[in-house]
Design a binder for this molecule. Structure first.
Ligand SMILES: Nc1nc2c(c(=O)[nH]1)N[C@H]1C(S)=C(S)[C@@H](COP(=O)(O)O)O[C@H]1N2
Ligand SMILES: [Mo]
Length: 441
């Protein structure tokens, strides 16, 4: 690939010496899916099998202009190569991504990234009312309510506690919600599924701070409230707070970005994005949930028959193929690597299966290490595209045994009245010209 943007051509790859009937290049499912062992360490044959037209016999080694010009200087804070300028977050709908203030969001370019970590400048963002300009020295986090000792922490004070790090995803409960619409919208991986990102977050375990304040046994919930103009506030079960919640201070090694909650945010791994309260300023321990706006009017699931599923916090397992995906044309028949991301709010990804025939047959993909609990997991699947129409799907199973549902199954269970927690299988149709589109299969 010469560029990473929307109009990429995937590299055409030569079948070379691949024997589709034997050994490591065995066809294991319809549409030309090959055994994942081609990617596993020690497989050894991957390089030869993927020999692409871009690889030529080496005869000369040019000395281009850049080799002769020692240009370029250090910078205090680095930026990506100018050739990567089209790797950008994208607005939601028609909204201007450069809004100066107020509510909005911006989606991560998941189709243009690799591995499991989202660079900080590309992490998706949702803000319900602007991005506050918080002075870290003046900011305080207050823990009060049903505690023995109400406490107020400066950023400095928090930084004196032992810190922990964990790699975890944050996903908006509204991510992928367009898939409940009656007809398939012509979106791509970013516009349909870009409200998820994954970072290494470092901070202080919430259990440590709660122990410091002394939890009253009557406390069953805590209200987490923000210092931004939207005052996002959510009720968090005390069990989650004591389990793996964190007051995050760092994002991928540096201070959290202003738009992601600087100088501190609540992190509740695997729970609805909205509960990861950014710009956190108070935790109030209570006996019961507080029925805040963001757990009543929003982020609750309206079901058929006038019922509402409230306090469904955990995000169920989801996966999506990002390469190929709409906007990336195929470049002739041959071998391709299908690459995608999978995650689950319940724990680790156990396996991802891929189909090239619209779900009639499946083959297991290779998972890239490390596979971490409640983190994005990269999967890869070797595919020999014969140049004909194909429908690509991925289906994740998590360590709890939960299997990502088909769209029909999800709608049968929940109806189409709400778009939250939409985690059904996505279908990308590849046509004979090699263009890729979002379809319902
Ligand atoms: N204070 C505050 N916290 C917030 C929000 C907000 O608008 N204000 N948005 C929430 C929503 S809806 C989501 S999906 C996540 C997004 O986190 P991110 O912007 O770091 O990706 O933050 C949550 N925390
Ligand atoms: Mo969200």
């Amino acid at each position: 690939m010469s560029k990473r943007g929307d109009l990429d051509k995937l590299p055409a790859q030569d079948l070379g010496s691949v024997n589709t009937m034997s050994g490591d290049h065995e066809v294991v499912a319809g549409g030309g899916l090959l055994h994942r062992r081609i990617f596993l360490q020690g497989g050894g044959l991957a390089a030869a099998a993927f020999a692409a037209p871009g690889i030529a016999r080496a005869e000369t080694l040019d000395v281009p202009a850049w080799t002769k010009n020692p240009e370029g200087y250090f910078s205090g804070y680095g930026a990506p190569s100018r050739f990567e300028a089209d790797v950008q977050r994208g607005p939601i709908g028609d909204q201007n991504p450069l809004y100066a203030s107020g509510p909005g969001g911006i989606r991560a370019p998941i189709h243009a990234l690799e591995g499991m970590i989202t660079p900080n400048g590309l992490h998706f963002e949702i803000t319900h009312n602007g991005i506050p300009d918080i002075d870290p020295d003046a900011h305080r986090l207050v823990i009060h309510g049903l505690v023995e000792r109400p406490l107020s922490f400066s950023l400095d004070a928090l930084s004196r506690y032992p810190m922990t790090s964990r790699v975890t995803f944050v996903e908006c409960a509204g991510n992928s919600g367009a898939l409940v619409r009656p007809t398939a919208v012509p979106g791509n991986a970013q516009t349909l599924h870009g409200l998820v990102s994954c970072a290494e977050w470092t901070g202080v375990s919430l259990a440590v701070l709660l122990a410091e304040a002394g939890v009253d046994p009557k406390a069953k919930w805590l209200l987490a409230e923000a210092a931004d103009p939207s005052s996002v506030s959510r009720s968090i079960p005390i069990a989650k707070a004591m389990d793996d919640a964190m007051i995050a201070l760092y994002q991928n090694g540096e201070r959290i970005r202003p738009s992601n909650g600087y100088p501190m945010r609540l992190l509740v791994p695997g729970y609805q994005g909205n509960m990861n309260v950014k710009w956190l300023r108070q935790l109030k321990l209570t006996e019961a949930p507080m029925q805040t706006r963001y757990e009543t009017s929003r982020y609750s699931l309206l079901l058929d028959g006038g019922r509402v599923a409230q306090y469904k916090f955990q995000l169920d397992a989801k996966s999506v193929i990002v390469r190929p995906s709409p906007g990336m044309g195929m470049n002739g028949p041959g071998l391709y690597e299908i690459s995608g991301i999978a995650w689950s709010g319940a724990g680790k990804v156990r396996k991802v299966e891929v189909s090239a025939d619209g779900g009639q047959s499946w083959a297991e993909a290779a998972l890239s290490e490390p596979v971490l609990s409640k983190a994005l997991t990269r999967f890869r699947m070797p595919w020999r595209w014969d140049g004909g129409p194909a429908v690509l799907q991925s289906r994740v199973t998590d360590e709890s045994g939960y299997v990502q549902p088909t769209r029909d199954a999800l709608i049968a269970e929940r109806g189409q009245k709400n778009f939250y927690h939409c985690n059904c299988i996505t279908s990308w149709a590849v046509d004979a010209e090699g263009s890729v589109a979002h379809v319902y299969a």
